[in-house]
Write a protein that binds this ligand. Structure first.
Ligand code: AMP
Length: 584
């Protein structure tokens, strides 16, 4: 038996089994610290950990371990700031307790008719997950008794205090006469949080893990600079450039969430708004569709998104930066959970670059200025996404059998090449149309032709490197590789763009040769690194980063004669992109 594994915890067998069913293999840092303590000696504790660190299981498993399922009264109370979080905690704990016969966990929160919740409470749950306001309402109606509650968990205590629940929390805690154990979880430690501990807890122990959101190195922070009036178009382009996206787009206002979402829906994106003007039923429905991946993104305000706990979010997009840099960390922390990596993109106006610097200091990570891709890059990205989807598709056996003859008959006369081109054309036609004459959205260049703009000035040189996403890189990791392999400082490199098989970045002109020299002798995961000065981007589709003049052009399809709209990206998959250096 591995030390530090779930099975090494002296926990009831039903819980160990559920954890194994869920596929949890290793306890997270906060779980490692807290669970053994709370199982063997459930003293009062303060856990400093954010959502995404596995804190629900850190208190949930010990809580369920101590529950007496044969007793039919409320023994454990979990207070949480929002209804979404309540629902998630209940869901999560129900999974842990799935093998515990007789266990009932009920969630009560505002925004839903109280009648149904009163009925739920009559089923004698042992565990209640509640928002403070609704719980007080239920106490006043005498629909619930907390007289025999022994365990109280305050989850996201700082958030509850921020939301003005201090008096409610005090009142609730005063109404738990049998309370023996109080476990407080908070992302931050403030005087107010400490105040609760002083008033209601005995000799507590503190456990903290690095705040996931502020130091999560798995998050690649990127920003895109565009004029304010190009914000929506930039968002759209970023979405198109990220075909497999499963993300949250944050807006500052409910109205923006609604409008941005409506515009995207009209354009055919699978998105939905999530904000406080929607009733609870609609919001739950949106969350259900999002969780089942029927939606690729939700467009949300900060309040509505608080506590959203979805594990595999690939991207967070800040349509607008929040006013408060702290809020940025809450947003970005929605991605890169449970050890995964994620990207947080911010669309900013030139004036807001100073806000980015401020957030960088808070997050203690460098943000990467990235280019808003041009039309050819979008098309190329979509093409390869589609090719990969085709390659990985597994048609149902029945389907293939049933229609085999008809399918083959229909294309008996068409050769394979043509068929491929037709299929791909059908798939990409809309994108190609949409991006035919797309403009450069990068701030300062929107009205100019690419050829004129001389981005970065003479002092900055665009470099190509033959490593990309397929090598497991993102801009953060690429930057790390470059700076660790050369004497170049991270601050000298910017505008990193990572592609499938290659990447681009800018360096000061006088450092270019030096970098080429130092990196060209290096290997990355066994692959020899090649880098060179990139060809300067020309007019749309004509050359530059996503294109390669020396690549074989796709043949025959409608777009092949006019590489303009297609960007000739096909061969870029394994040819490494357009750069003027000689390729070996
Ligand atoms: P939390 O911080 O409690 O919101 O948890 C974040 C997510 O991580 C939840 O969806 C959990 O199901 C998941 N999770 C918690 N603990 C583990 C673990 N030890 N291994 C894998 N996933 C986990």
């Amino acid at each position: 038996m591995l030390m530090n594994s779930f099975s090494s915890f002296p926990m009831r067998e039903e819980l160990t089994r559920a954890i194994s069913d869920l596929g949890f293999e290793t306890p997270t840092p906060i779980q490692l610290k807290v669970i053994p303590q709370l199982l063997s000696e459930p003293i009062d504790i303060i856990g400093l950990a954010q959502t995404g660190t596995g804190k629900t299981a850190a208190y949930g498993l010990p809580l369920l371990h101590h529950v007496d399922v044969t007793a039919k009264h409320v023994q454990c109370l979990v207070l949480s700031p929002t209804r979404e979080l309540c629902m998630q905690i209940q869901e999560e704990m129900t999974k842990y307790g799935t093998h515990m016969r007789g266990l009932r966990i009920t969630a009560v929160y505002g925004g839903m008719p109280i009648g149904g919740q009163i009925r739920d409470l009559r089923a004698n749950p042992q565990v209640i997950v509640a928002t403070p306001g609704r719980l007080i309402d239920l106490l006043e109606r005498k629909a619930i008794s907390l007289d025999k509650v022994e365990y109280v968990v305050l989850d996201e205590a700082d958030e509850m205090l921020n939301m003005g629940f201090r008096e409610d929390i005090d009142l609730i805690l005063k109404n738990t006469p049998s309370r023996e154990h109080t476990w407080l979880f908070s992302a931050t430690m403030s005087n107010e949080v400490r105040g609760i501990a002083k008033r209601f807890m005995k000799d507590w122990k503190e456990f903290s893990v690095a705040a996931a959101n502020t130091t999560n190195e798995n998050i690649d922070h990127q920003y895109f600079v565009t004029a304010h009036h190009n914000r929506f178009e930039s968002l759209r382009r970023l979405l198109d450039f990220t075909p497999g996206i499963y993300g949250i787009i944050f807006t500052r206002t409910k109205q923006d969430a609604q409008e941005v979402s409506e515009k995207l829906m009209k354009m055919g994106y699978h998105v939905s708004p999530l904000h406080g003007d929607m009733d609870q039923k609609m919001r739950s429905k949106v969350m259900e569709r999002f969780k089942s991946k029927a939606l690729q993104c939700i467009v949300a305000t900060d309040v509505a998104a608080r506590g959203i706990d979805v594990n595999d979010i690939t991207h967070v997009i800040n349509y607008e930066l929040p006013d408060d840099p702290e809020v940025y960390t809450h947003r970005s922390g929605r991605t890169a959970r449970a050890g995964k990596s994620g990207i947080c993109m911010s669309i900013v106006s030139p004036k807001q670059i100073s806000n980015i610097r401020q957030i960088e200091r808070l997050v203690k990570q460098k943000f990467h200025k990235s280019d808003i891709p041009d039309g050819a890059e979008v098309i190329r990205k979509k093409l390869f996404f589609y090719l990969e989807q085709i390659a990985n598709a597994e048609p149902q056996a029945d389907f293939a059998k049933l229609y085999r003859d008809s399918m083959h008959e229909a294309f008996a006369e068409v050769d394979k090449d043509e068929l491929i081109r037709k299929l791909i054309w059908l798939q990409l036609r809309d994108t190609i149309d949409a991006y035919q004459d797309s403009m450069d959205l990068n701030a300062g260049y929107e009205s100019k032709d690419r050829g004129e703009r001389g981005r970065g000035g003479r002092s900055s040189v665009r470099m190509f490197i033959n490593l990309g996403e397929k090598d497991g890189l993102n801009s953060q990791k690429l930057l790390q590789f470059i700076t660790e392999s050369t004497d170049v400082e991270p601050g000298m490199i910017d505008r990193i763009t990572v592609r499938d098989m290659s990447s681009f970045f800018n360096v000061p002109g006088d450092a270019a040769e030096f970098i080429v020299e130092q990196l060209s002798s290096k290997k990355f995961k066994g692959r020899k690194v090649r880098l060179d000065e990139a060809e300067q981007p020309r007019a749309f589709g004509g050359g530059g980063e996503s294109r390669g003049g020396n690549r074989p052009k796709p043949q025959g399809a409608r777009y092949s004669g006019d590489v303009k709209s297609y960007g000739g990206g096909g061969a870029g998959y394994n040819s490494g992109g357009g750069y003027k250096g000689k390729r070996k």
